[in-house]
Design a protein around this ligand. Sequence first.
Ligand code: HEC
Length: 134
Amino acid sequence: MTAIKGILTAIPVLALAAAAAWGDEMGKQDYMQGCAGCHGESGLGQGPVADLLNVPVPDLTHLSAANGGEFPMLKVIHIIDGRTGMRAHGGPMPIWGAVFKAEAEGASGLYGGDEAVTRGRILSIAYYLESIQQ
Ligand code: HEC
């Protein structure tokens, strides 16, 4: 009985761990394609495009450190999404929520269409960023 209970509790935990690992990998790909140009491959803010901007590009490896040691997941999700008004400064960062949504147009599936794909990609990038915190 306890063994079964153990297995039953282990399944969701494993599924979560797998989802997070998958998120990291997907997010890493999107990061390298869409973010590294400005924020740098290592996230330190020294991508090749950074020199062309007239605003400093922030280091993304110290978001937790700047937030009392806790990764500011929700804030990061909103900043990447860009559609929620959280990014008050309206800086040079593309509105990724809109970009991903346009790319996902026509998507359909069990968990919803383009909006679900969009949020999944944003979440994956946020997981990836969480994984590179120093
Ligand atoms: C065109 C250059 C550019 C690209 C591409 C870009 N960013 Fe940014 N990012 C910036 C700049 C400049 C800032 C600071 C000013 C601002 O927020 O607009 C910033 C700010 C941020 C912040 C807030 C950091 C803080 O300290 O509060 C996060 C998080 C972030 N970017 C993540 C991303 C992610 C993830 C991607 C890719 C999906 C991305 N950025 C793509 C230029 C860029």
